[in-house]
Design a protein around this ligand. Structure first.
Ligand SMILES: [Zn+2]
Length: 312
């Protein structure tokens, strides 16, 4: 059984790596040495995510290349308080190959090495943009969650509009970023709606069946949904009595199990404002360090030259 799964995984990894290699060398016309070097850089980046995730109790279900990059599949939900560290680990670890290349450049004076350091740095910097599914987007998502459940949605809308405007002036890469903004906006809206729907179910339940279980349901709902605390407070005061899961099961029939697990699930604690501020500072410092490193490198080899090197 496990052998079968491992073979599947291996095949998927092989196909992923080949698809990346094929598209970058044949379609994008990137020199195969460069393609291999970029794959190594991406591998180190994703390993960074996996190592820090593991240290936070999140297991890695496999790392796969796809035609445009690489992903690490993490098992289970990442708690908001672990998300910034796991997300930033990629770009931070991802700078190791860039540093090694830079040191080798100082040693040997070969421009290609400085070129590689620049390209690797810019890839990591791109990943730090504050848009899902990029690493920076996951950081900002966790940080905004500590402010309000609506913050992510409005931030995504602002990014979407900003990128659309920028795409007009600064090229189609911003269209891709606008798309990321749109995906994030939709996800944030769906999450809000989902929470709202679940809360509505419990409210209807409270209105129709005046059973004590409703009290615990509302209290659990209050833990789950921090938005609109005044309304939830009012409900929980009205129904504050002992837990009677049995009543819920009777009334909800087949759906009871699902409702049960939903209500029993501990809400993931959001980042406190203090911690969010701290991570915002770390995020900002990471972006500035990488930007400075890229700027410093560009005095040895201009950025455009570095990217042009990939083709021959
Ligand atoms: Zn990453």
């Amino acid at each position: 059984m496990s052998n079968e799964i491992d073979t599947k995984k291996l095949m998927r990894q092989l196909v992923g790596a080949l698809s990346f290699f094929g598209i970058w060398t044949l379609l994008f016309g990137i020199n195969w040495h460069w393609t291999v070097a970029l794959m190594a850089a991406l591998y180190v980046h994703e390993t960074g995510h996996a190592i820090v995730a593991k240290s936070r109790g999140v297991q890695n279900a496999g790392m796969y290349f796809h035609p445009f990059g690489m992903v690490v599949m993490l098992k289970g939900n990442i708690k908001p308080q672990d998300s910034p560290a796991i997300s930033l680990a990629g770009p931070v670890f991802g700078m190791l190959p860039a540093m090694v290349a830079f040191i080798a450049f100082i040693w040997t004076g070969k421009d290609t090495l400085a070129g590689f350091a620049i390209v690797a740095t810019i890839i990591n910097l791109f990943n730090l943009l504050p848009l899902n599914p990029l690493d920076g987007g996951r950081v900002t998502h966790a940080l905004l969650g500590s402010l309000s459940p609506y913050a992510s949605k409005y931030f995504a809308a602002a990014c979407l509009l900003g990128c659309l405007v920028l795409s007009y002036y600064a090229g189609p890469v911003f269209l891709l970023l606008a798309y990321f903004g749109w995906v994030e906006y939709r996800q944030a809206s769906q999450l809000l709606k989902l929470n709202q729907t679940r809360l509505d179910v419990i409210r209807d339940f409270a209105a129709v069946y005046h059973v004590e279980a409703t009290a615990s349901a509302v209290i659990a709902a209050r833990k789950q949904h921090e938005q609109n605390p005044a309304e939830i407070d009012r409900l929980s005061l009205e129904f504050a009595t002992e837990i009677e899961w049995h009543d819920l099961r009777v009334v909800f029939g087949n759906d009871a199990e699902e409702l049960d697990s939903f209500l029993r699930k501990e809400p993931p604690p959001q980042l406190s404002l203090g911690r969010a501020g701290l991570w915002l500072a770390v995020y900002g410092a990471t972006v500035l360090s990488l930007a400075y490193f890229a700027f410093m490198l560009s005095r040895f080899v201009p950025i455009q030259t570095a990217f042009a090197m990939m083709r021959y």
